[in-house]
Unconditional design. Sequence first.
Length: 477
Amino acid sequence: MMTVAPIRRPAAAPRRALALIRVSKERDGMTSPDVQRHSIDTYAAANGISIVDWVEGIDESGSRARSAWWARLDQAITRMEAGEFDTIIVWKFSRTARNRLRWATAVDRVDTVGGNLISATEPVDNHTASGRFARGMLGELNAYQAELIGEGWKETLERRVRDGLPGTGRPRFGYTLDRTYTPDPALAPVVREMYRRAIAGNGMASITRWLNDHGHRTRNGLEWQTAGVTRYLDRGFAAGLIWSKGTFHPGAHEPIIDPATWEAYLARRASTTRPPRGSVRMLSGLLKCAGCGGPMMAVRSTGGQGNYGCARRPRGGHCPTPVHITRELAEREVAAWVLALPEQTALLTEAADRAKRDRLTSIEDRAAIEKLILRAENRLSNLTIKLLDEKISQAAYDATEAKVNDDLKGLRLRYAQAAPIPESNLLLEVPRLVEGWKDSTPALQNRIARALIDRVIVHRADAPARLDIIPRWATRK
């Protein structure tokens, strides 16, 4: 009797998976990364799954709109779409996302490429309608829990503020904390000195140096930073106040400084808006160095003579041939150019004609761009209709919408840049601007010069001309 050997089927290739681990806060009582890793390893071994890579997100929220986790999740699914693996394993589905939109998008992308999103501790078969329904319910439950936690924190914060307590119970500089905040006898004088120095006109950087030089550290044991000093003084905790959502509330703790000191500090802060450096001169912001194309600034020579010099070199920048010119010479030549301008009738007429042609061109350009914007907006509308009719997947919609929106952004920028040049009559406007030039202050002369001049290029002393004055109408396209 003839025997037939059994057919040996090739063993199925093991599934390849990426393991995702996420914890919102690394703290006591959390499900640690090690616990999640052990559960995922055990599940993979029991089901013949080969884990090719691990991705961890520590202290990364799965519910906030802005979280570093979303970039990791997006990259993981992109790798699945590229064929690196066919499965993503998490400890629980909540580790993927607690945000409804992010969860739905992730699930849709995985399903679209025929992949698997598996929870090591929640037995759900996503290949059946019932399994997908259960997975969806778990996703909704996770989002609900995240919202519940958020509402709880919001109520807790509001209650603490009503009770005169800060939003968090962390230690505060200048105070000891034993259920209540009490002024620290050793640090309270330091806090008063900080406010005294600020009221006296010391800058925040100066106060920061004073604190660090005297060995005072933050409650975390770190050196003070200027931003931290500013925030500490501005928040008014030492004045017995609680800062919450942009408003001061009375605190239950004892203040270190009295109300008069606090009011004096606020008044000082309100009066210290940074003034512009130096006085405005006739040519401020107009002069450019021919050596590097950079700006020039007012400088004073050893003899006390006012000069303009390349601003890049003294600030650590590079200029191959830095240029200097006396302020008297530069201002004299520019003033002569401005005063002679009303007599340049032929020049102004040509400039006015060119501006008129440019205006017509810009109007035509805007009309063409406007049609392209309308076409892109219609494309977005049609895309939304296809998504609602389930003719395209969410992933396809997201990708196309992103591209169309990028195109729209560029078109709208071009539309704004193609704004029609305002109609003007240079033959009338220039004489009005120049009238009274000689009797104007340097600041007013600077405003007039800026209305007429785009830039003044300053050349070296051995050049044929020291100044090259470029009028505004010469730069219009």
